[in-house]
Design a protein around this ligand. Structure first.
Ligand code: FAD
Length: 154
């Protein structure tokens, strides 16, 4: 099957946009990701899927912890920075939640400890046990068919 057809079909699943962040040797690394979902309520588990080519893969393997930051509609720039869609380096200030770097102003900051990993094809699934959550009441950034969107009023 054609890669483009597969990508186009998966892009029809409208999602929010997150930035996954972690820290190794005092250096924070962020990566835009929409392959994120809730896995279990008891215990509280989530999953993120990270490409084998991504720098983030080794970072999370080393740190064994990460945050998932669900972006607000006003935070498209963060998505573009951490997806490499803005080429020049931008200085980003991170907050901390339980010692894990998080993106200020996100609608949800969810910090996790890695409990298991599953490599499937060219991605690795990181199962994270949720250690802390911070919420803000804002509208989300949406991604659909390869484009950023906002929720319609009403
Ligand atoms: P790099 O390419 O090295 O870093 C990404 C960018 O973040 C670089 O421009 C870097 O300068 C910047 N950056 C990193 N840390 C900092 C910091 N501390 N301060 C300032 N800038 C920093 N890929 C997946 O594997 N899984 C997904 O679920 C996924 N979903 C995506 C959803 C969307 C909407 C988009 C647009 C992309 C998605 N991607 C996903 C692709 C992924 O975001 C890119 O391939 C990304 O560039 C891979 O990052 P990397 O870890 O290889 O790091």
């Amino acid at each position: 099957m054609d890669d483009r057809l597969f990508r186009n079909a998966m892009g029809k699943f409208a999602t929010g946009v997150t930035v996954v962040a972690t820290e190794v040797d005092g250096q924070v690394h962020g990566m835009t990701a929409n392959a994120f979902m809730s896995v279990s309520l008891n215990p509280k588990l989530v999953v993120v899927s990270i490409a084998e080519k991504a720098t983030m893969l080794e970072k999370v393997k080393q740190s064994k912890s990460f945050s998932v930051n669900i972006l607000a509609a006003s935070q498209q720039d963060f998505s573009m920075i951490f997806a490499g869609q803005i080429k020049e380096h931008r200085e980003v200030q991170f907050d901390r939640l339980g010692g894990v770097p998080v993106i200020p102003g996100s609608i949800a900051q969810v910090t996790c400890e890695v409990t298991s990993t599953h490599t499937e094809g060219d991605h690795t699934l990181f199962i994270g046990k949720v250690t802390d959550i911070h919420l803000e009441d804002k509208e989300p950034l949406v991604y659909f068919s390869g484009k950023y969107r906002k929720l319609a009023e009403g």
